[in-house]
Design a protein around this ligand. Structure first.
Ligand code: SF4
Length: 283
């Protein structure tokens, strides 16, 4: 199928001004470019977790799999290992990927499996109306923390660097052109790509003004230096008033999991010979 209508007729229930719209239309633009360049969209699979982000599986007209909470990565891993020619993309939430599915995310990065993960990081559980997540800032007041959370947020970029991801970037839903480049780059990268997307949750944690006042773009220089990437990733800790870098932090070429997994042909035993040997041993 070519030139397909990529937005489905499903009723869209995202709140007005939700950053998920930007991610949906950016991904649609990337897919359209891929199709124009000769990729069959029948060979693209989208896997989602659970959360507001996950409705992407209903709203984009490509092969998709709605996994359970935090389990998008194991499903995506199975799909990629079953058919490594497929382009596998995961849309996951920050609660979904950095809490419930954290171990799966770390292992997928560690393996360097060729999957592109888009983390819709709105820093709040939006679908369940406003609980804190691993990336909510200290003092975040939500349904589960009315007096403010007493926890510091994790830094997902540092986590991905330490885990072995080979393409690590941060995007923002108010910078669509840059986000498109980052997503296209992640899909084009052969290896595990994690793009942490600062996604506006218009209803429960609208950080638009804060982000707009703090963001700047990383230069398009060499991204293969691990220590430089670590320093840049640590510049903003998802909590402070420091500048927030956007763009590609790290890219490295490394063999992928699916290319390293050795599939030995299964040798079926000769049943008669096994039985004869067994009976002979009994006599
Ligand atoms: Fe978007 Fe937040 Fe509404 Fe969910 S609750 S649809 S993340 S604005």
């Amino acid at each position: 199928m070519t030139g397909r209508q990529l937005i489905t007729d499903a009723q869209n229930t995202w709140c007005p001004c939700c950053g998920n719209f930007t991610i949906q239309h950016t991904l649609k633009a990337v897919l359209s470019d891929m199709e124009r360049a000769g990729t069959s969209l029948d060979e693209v699979v989208l896997v989602t977790g659970i959360g507001c982000h996950a409705k992407m599986a209903d709203y984009l007209n490509i092969n998709s799999f709605y996994a359970i909470h935090g389990r998008a990565l194991p499903v995506a891993t199975g799909i990629k290992l079953a058919n490594k020619k497929l382009t596998v993309i995961c849309c996951v939430g920050d609660g979904d990927a950095y809490a419930e599915g954290l171990d799966h995310l770390i292992f997928a990065a560690k393996r360097n499996i060729d999957i592109t993960v888009l983390v819709h990081n709105n820093r709040v559980y939006g679908l369940t109306t406003g609980q804190y997540t691993p990336t909510s800032p200290l003092g975040f007041r939500g349904r589960s923390t009315p007096a403010g959370t007493a926890e510091f947020p994790i830094n997902p970029l540092e986590l991905m660097l330490a885990s072995g991801a080979t393409y690590i970037a941060r995007g923002y839903t108010r910078k669509m052109d840059q986000l498109k480049q980052l997503i296209a780059g992640g899909i084009g990268h052969k290896g595990f790509a994690c793009i942490d997307i600062l996604q506006i949750c218009a209803t429960f944690f609208n950080m638009t003004e804060y982000y707009n006042a703090h963001i700047y773009d990383l230069p398009a220089d060499d991204k293969s230096d691990f220590l430089v990437a670590c320093t840049k990733a640590r510049e903003w800790d998802y909590n402070s008033e420091k500048p927030i870098a956007l763009g590609l932090f790290y890219r490295q070429v490394f063999p992928t999991f699916e290319d390293r997994v050795v599939r030995e042909p299964v040798q079926k035993p000769d049943r008669k010979a096994v039985i004869s040997a067994f009976l002979g041993a009994q006599q």
